[in-house]
Design a protein around this ligand. Structure first.
Ligand code: ADP
Length: 593
């Protein structure tokens, strides 16, 4: 479990967030081959790095001191061979670990997306899609750099630090003891700074996610924004969200800059001190120049790796924050799932629908039931029109049937099977939904219609287009069914979008139809085409329709009038009109001019 930074319990806070990187391991271990190859390359490059100062010292003492041509050749050749080995091992290390990073992050994204898309609608109501997208992109990106470079640098730094420390003692125990005094001095402020950073970095990522969510929401609703002439307002809101993000990031960057500066000063201060002492040793003949040179190189490598470790430590914590947020999402269990042994629906599905004393309130509104003691039985093949003022609970009836939510009391049944005993996927296979505002994906018309049944043949798509009375306008599109429809169907009129949705439902050919009629007025011709298409679609199916058209309520077998989550009247048009109740009032407002 990932704890929020300020609620971390007993263990030191610097350790807790790095711990959440452990959840990455299952993703890394799936690529064992790459991982092992990386470790081998890392071992080789570290060994070469640590051999370099030794070769350098030998070169100074033997290559220069004795002046023999053969000795010079050998010393320089040795140096060159080590350098080539270092180059090859470094290239291999880079290759393996970068590839590993790409693969792991692709896996992670796939897993996260797969999980998110399957989570229940209650979850998606609670979480803004912009924020989820940010985790899928920004947080995952952070992890890519962690595996592809940070993790590599961290491990390499630890190895070279330990290696160079050992070699320092081998080279000159006295000077090494000196150096050892400086290192704890350098590490202490780094650890302290890192603790502070960990808190700030999470806050900084949250602010970026806020700004992203804002942009995603408003860019997704540009017509609304522009219709209200709220561009300046939205620009202002986005700018201030960005400002907050930059201010929070600024705090993180400042802290990180200080940690780095202090670490470098301390490390190099210690090295200068040691050099000064070493220079005296060489002057008095207690040490050769080559040995001092070799010592200096080991000290530089060791100091450098401490500095690198300080830098990547901070980055590791940022990534741990990202991984923490991703794990939180991966641990989210869907509130709606299939039981261990789901009951199957009878084949063929008859389409008998029962809502039995259903009471339901949305999770965020526990005090206001959207449906209250709601009972309705729809016979196979029957068409029932739901009518009622906005907020009466009509769409909620659809959500119950699709099992987007479970009721708090009562039962929902299809063909006498409680929905909770079914696999939600099997249930939804049996239902076609034509929403008020159909979703049109940014692809061509054919694929949009085929969303109803992915394996439908071209001929079947054509038949659905004709049955949906969409053939005329499709024929007028520049590339007919292959025409790209633009994001959310920007290139289609409302009536055309509806007919695409109807064609999609026809293709799906499900026994139960949930239809939410569009309220927006269509031109007479479009209206007639949509009406005819709907009639074709409703034929032989159990249909529940949220009705906004007179033609629809007149044709319905039964009209159910809803208010405040309850049924207030039931019957046919004339009967209900005669009662002169809520229906008569609605009919006057809605259906009859
Ligand atoms: P209708 O379709 O008749 O207009 P709805 O079924 O959409 O009514 O809504 C019924 C009630 O539930 C309303 O009070 C509405 O505000 C509330 N409601 C609808 N959807 C949600 C939601 N996702 N979260 C919280 N409350 C909701």
């Amino acid at each position: 479990m990932n704890q929020p930074a300020d609620a971390a319990p007993a263990p030191p806070p610097a350790k807790a967030p790095i711990g959440s990187l452990r959840t990455l391991w299952p993703f890394v271990s799936r690529h064992r081959g790459l991982f092992t190859a990386w470790l081998v390359a890392l071992a080789c490059s570290s060994a070469a790095t640590l051999t370099l100062p030794k070769a350098f010292g030998t070169m100074i003492d033997q290559g220069f001191a004795q002046g023999g041509g053969a000795a010079i050749d050998r010393a320089f050749l040795l140096l060159f061979v080590v350098a080539v080995a270092l180059a090859l091992a470094t290239a291999a290390r880079f290759y393996f670990v970068s590839l590993l990073g790409e693969k792991v992050v692709a896996d992670l994204r796939e897993r996260l997306y797969g999980h998110l898309v399957g989570l229940d609608l209650g979850f998606h109501d609670r979480n803004r899609s912009g924020e989820l997208v940010s985790r899928l992109t920004a947080d995952a990106e952070l992890l890519r750099s962690v595996i592809g470079s940070t993790m590599s640098v961290a491990l390499r730094s630890v190895v070279t630090f330990l290696g160079s420390l050992t070699m320092l003692f081998v080279t000159s125990p006295r000077l090494a003891a000196f150096a050892l005094l400086g290192i704890p001095l350098a590490v202490l402020p780094i650890v302290l700074g890192a603790r502070r950073l960990q808190k700030i970095s999470r806050a900084s990522q949250d602010r970026v996610a806020d700004a992203n969510a804002l942009a995603a929401e408003t860019l997704g609703a540009v017509p609304t924004v522009q219709a209200h002439a709220r561009e300046p307002y939205e620009r202002g809101r986005f700018a201030s969200a960005l400002q907050t993000a930059v201010a929070t990031a600024g705090r993180r960057i400042r802290a990180q800059a200080w940690v780095t500066a202090i670490a470098i000063v301390l490390v190099f201060g210690a090295i200068t001190l040691v050099l000064w002492s070493g220079a005296h040793d060489v002057a008095s003949g207690r040490m050769t120049a080559g040995t001092l040179g070799q010592f200096v190189l080991y000290a530089l490598i060791g100091g450098g790796s401490v500095g690198a470790l300080a830098e990547v430590w901070n980055e590791l914590q940022r990534a741990a924050g990202g991984m923490g947020r991703i794990s939180e999402l991966l641990e989210e269990t869907p509130a709606i799932s299939a039981p261990a042994a789901p009951t199957g629906l009878p084949a063929p599905v008859r389409g008998d629908i029962v809502l039995d004393h259903v009471t339901f309130h949305y999770p965020q509104r526990p005090d206001a039931p959207a449906l209250e003691d709601f009972s309705l039985h729809v016979q196979p093949g029957e068409t029932v029109a739901l009518v009622g003022p906005s907020g009466a609970g009509k769409s909620t009836v659809f959500s119950m049937l699709l099992r987007f939510h479970d009721p708090q009391a009562g039962q929902v049944k299809v063909d006498n099977v409680d929905l909770r005993q079914l696999d939600p996927a099997a249930l939804r296979e049996a239902i076609a939904l034509v929403p008020q505002h159909p979703t049109i994906f940014a692809t061509n018309a054919r694929d949009n219609i085929r969303y109803g049944r992915l394996d439908a043949s071209d001929a079947e798509v054509d038949a659905a287009v004709r049955a949906a009375h969409a053939a005329d306008f499709v024929a007028a599109l520049p590339e007919r069914l292959d025409t790209q429809l633009g994001e959310r169907g920007a290139r289609l009129s409302g009536g055309q979008q509806q007919r695409i949705a109807i064609a999609r439902a026809l293709l799906k050919d499900a026994p139960i139809l949930l239809l939410d009629e569009a309220t927006s007025a269509l031109d007479a011709q479009s209206e007639r085409a949509v009406q005819q298409a709907l009639e074709t679609l409703m034929e032989g199916r159990t249909t529940l329709v949220i009705a906004h058209r007179l033609a629809t309520v007149l044709k319905a077998d039964r009209i159910v009038v809803m208010d405040h989550g309850r049924i207030v009247a039931e019957g046919r048009h004339e009967q209900l009109l005669a009662q002169d109740g809520l229906y008569a009032e609605l009919a006057r407002l809605q259906f009859i001019d």
